[in-house]
Design a protein around this ligand. Structure first.
Ligand SMILES: N[C@@H](CCC(=O)N[C@@H](CS)C(=O)NCC(=O)O)C(=O)O
Length: 231
């Protein structure tokens, strides 16, 4: 039994982010499924925001809220302190501030568009036995997401990573959301956003991302035999 437990479902981009952080740091964890539709009472008790993921450190507590930390950003910061290498939060005031901003941007602005504008209209409908709302997804894909992609492409500035030449929490947070898009509707247009797609492709080759994505792909193959074409 590992000291750490991640509660959630692999298909959540925030759960993916936490799994990648823990794997990159070589921190072993157990995975316990906590669905959000519907959310069981035992999980509501440990998730005040009613969201996944939540992490438990069994060395701190094994029952109820004891030893638990909700929120992917809080969990990632906790992991950084549990295992200092590899550093995912860069040294230096400005790089650190920028990494935290990009993490926050991915977790809020980008995630909002991916979740509400693509995942929900397609996958929530499918999970409920309804037709996917392709019009809503197309509108997000053509009118909303390009604004995020343009910004992030500019922040990459033709580089392989957001901060220097090293993997950081900024890459992982953005990559977790891009991978969500990739699973459901495919990647952004590589002719228009080459650095962003290059980042996505290089992250997808990492064993940390692969571990989560292979579970997601297997799960999706049962409900979404092929990606939804929006272009
Ligand atoms: N700020 C949270 C966001 C987590 C989040 O929004 N998770 C989604 C799943 S991807 C969720 O639990 N949604 C609950 C719901 O929609 O009822 C984090 O970074 O962990």
């Amino acid at each position: 039994m590992a000291d750490l437990v991640v509660y959630g479902v692999p298909l959540s981009p925030f759960v993916r982010k936490v799994e990648v952080v823990l794997r990159e740091k070589g921190l072993e964890y157990d995975f316990e499924t906590a669905n959000i539709m519907p959310m069981p009472d035992w999980f509501k008790e440990i998730s005040p925001a009613r969201r996944i993921p939540v992490l438990r450190d069994r060395r701190v507590g094994t029952e109820g809220r004891s030893g638990t930390i909700p929120d992917s950003a809080a969990i990632s910061a906790y992991a950084e302190h549990l295992s200092e290498t590899p550093r995912l939060y860069p040294d230096g005031a400005f790089p650190l501030g920028r990494a935290i901003w990009l993490e926050k941007y991915a977790d809020t602005e980008l995630a909002g568009s991916v979740g509400m504008g693509i995942f929900r209209p397609i996958m929530f409908n499918i999970f409920q036995g309804k037709q996917p709302d392709i019009d809503k997804a197309k509108e997000t894909w053509t009118e909303v997401l390009p604004i995020h992609f343009d910004y992030l492409e500019g922040e990459l500035d033709e580089g392989d990573h957001f901060i220097g030449n090293e993997l950081s929490i900024a890459d992982i947070a953005v990559g977790s959301q891009l991978a969500q898009l990739d699973l459901i509707v495919g990647p952004p247009d590589s002719a228009r956003w080459p650095s962003l797609v290059n980042l996505l492709n290089s992250l997808k080759e990492r064993s940390s991302f692969r571990a989560n994505l292979s579970v997601c792909e297997k799960m999706l193959s049962k409900v979404l035999p092929q990606k939804v074409a929006l272009a």
